[in-house]
Design a protein around this ligand. Structure first.
Ligand SMILES: Cc1ncc(COP(=O)(O)O)c(C=O)c1O
Length: 361
């Protein structure tokens, strides 16, 4: 089994996804310090005593997620949270089931950990719904971990508690864990979905403030797991991190103290932007997609022509970017992100429409 040592998607995201009319980003526009009651003194002292986590942040997260603090591990974003959780659960060669299409970095991290990766489909024709029957067809007594994203990246499909419980029961039956990357879950605002750690001991949850709150720069991520696994993850983290940058930990605590304000701004932005997106999608005969109900991304199929060629045209002639579906193993789709400021999103969708019109000609 060749060990994966890099991520083609991350290289693309860092060097090729940026553009003037950027529809490639899945997170919200950067939140600004002006939105928080914070002074520079609030970040002092810049260094804290060594410990497993910064207790005020761990406690704020425990309260936020409705769990005991011994189930919380902090990590540098959902990316590190996923890596640590998977590394603590898996041995090289262990069997892992991963949804298809999947966020590329999950597969790359599993490739680095030398997992034996098996896939189960989330079908475009079913709106990418999570289907427990597909997991049942794929699971074996050797399965050690099942991995999904909820909301689903790239489609934003929401899995119901019923579906999650059904898969959780399968995981329990074979002694596997069920890892849920919930970095987009809070974007289902009205539904107020609970972190699925509440659904059973086999559930492991990762998330962060990065996407839905436009706070990627704080790298405030976390893992929720049973205390015994949480403890093992903290100990494994000693091999990677001494601790998180303390100024970011302090700022993250301030975010949780003002959470409703930050959340409301995200909700208002996405509510407005979703209307614009759905208007745009309803006018396009060249895209196959359902209207977006919640979330920050949508994953249409381009009905005519090759997405990679369309991407080059959009980028080079119209100064815009989307994420080509090849990064999600579905090369006839592409992902549109709607987390930008509303004015910028409007312009970017106009450019996308012009590029699609130009491409069909
Ligand atoms: C499903 C999923 N998980 C994790 C991440 C990375 O999140 P973070 O910035 O919190 O590390 C992304 C980023 O695109 C993502 O789509």
């Amino acid at each position: 089994m060749t060990r994966v040592m890099s991520s083609a998607y991350m290289q693309w995201a860092k060097k090729r996804s940026g553009s003037r009319y950027n529809l490639a980003t899945s997170g919200l526009r950067s939140y600004t310090l002006a939105g928080l009651p914070v002074t520079i003194e609030d970040l002092d002292p810049l260094t804290r005593a060594g410990d497993y986590g910064y207790p005020p942040l761990t406690e704020a997260l425990a309260a936020h997620c409705g769990v005991a603090a011994d189930k919380v591990v902090t990590a540098a974003g959902t990316s590190m949270a996923n890596m640590l959780a998977m590394a603590a659960i898996l041995e090289p060669g262990d069997e892992v089931l991963v949804e298809h299409p999947a966020y590329g970095l999950l597969l790359d991290a599993l490739g680095y950990l030398q997992a034996d990766i098996h896939r189960f489909p989330r079908r475009a024709e079913a709106g990418f719904a999570l289907d427990p029957a597909e997991v049942e067809r794929t699971i074996t007594p050797r399965t050690r971990l099942i991995v999904i994203t909820n909301l689903h990246n790239p489609s934003s499909a929401l899995a119901s508690e019923e579906q999650l419980l059904a898969i959780g029961a399968m995981a329990r039956r074979v002694g596997a864990r069920f890892l849920m990357d919930e970095v987009y879950l809070d974007a289902a605002f009205e539904l107020k979905p609970r972190p699925s750690i509440h659904l059973g001991p086999e559930f492991v949850v990762t998330s962060s403030l990065t996407k839905v709150y436009g706070l990627s720069g704080l790298r405030c991520g976390w893992i929720l797991a049973e205390p015994e696994l949480a403890r093992r993850i903290w100990l494994l983290d000693d091999l990677f991190d001494v601790n998180m940058p303390h100024a970011a930990e302090r700022l993250s605590v301030i975010v949780f103290q003002n959470f409703e304000r930050v959340r409301e701004q995200s909700r208002a932005l996405l509510d407005t932007n979703r209307v614009l997106l759905n208007q745009f999608l309803s006018g396009r005969k060249d895209l196959e997609v359902r209207p977006l109900e919640f979330g920050t991304t949508v994953f249409p199929r381009l009905l005519t022509g090759a997405v990679d060629e369309f991407f080059e045209l959009f980028r080079n002639k119209y100064e815009g970017t989307v994420v080509p579906g090849s990064f999600f193993e579905m090369p006839d789709h592409f992902r549109i992100g709607i987390g930008g400021e509303t004015g910028a999103l409007k312009e970017s969708l106009e450019r996308l429409g012009a590029a699609l019109d130009g491409f069909q000609r």
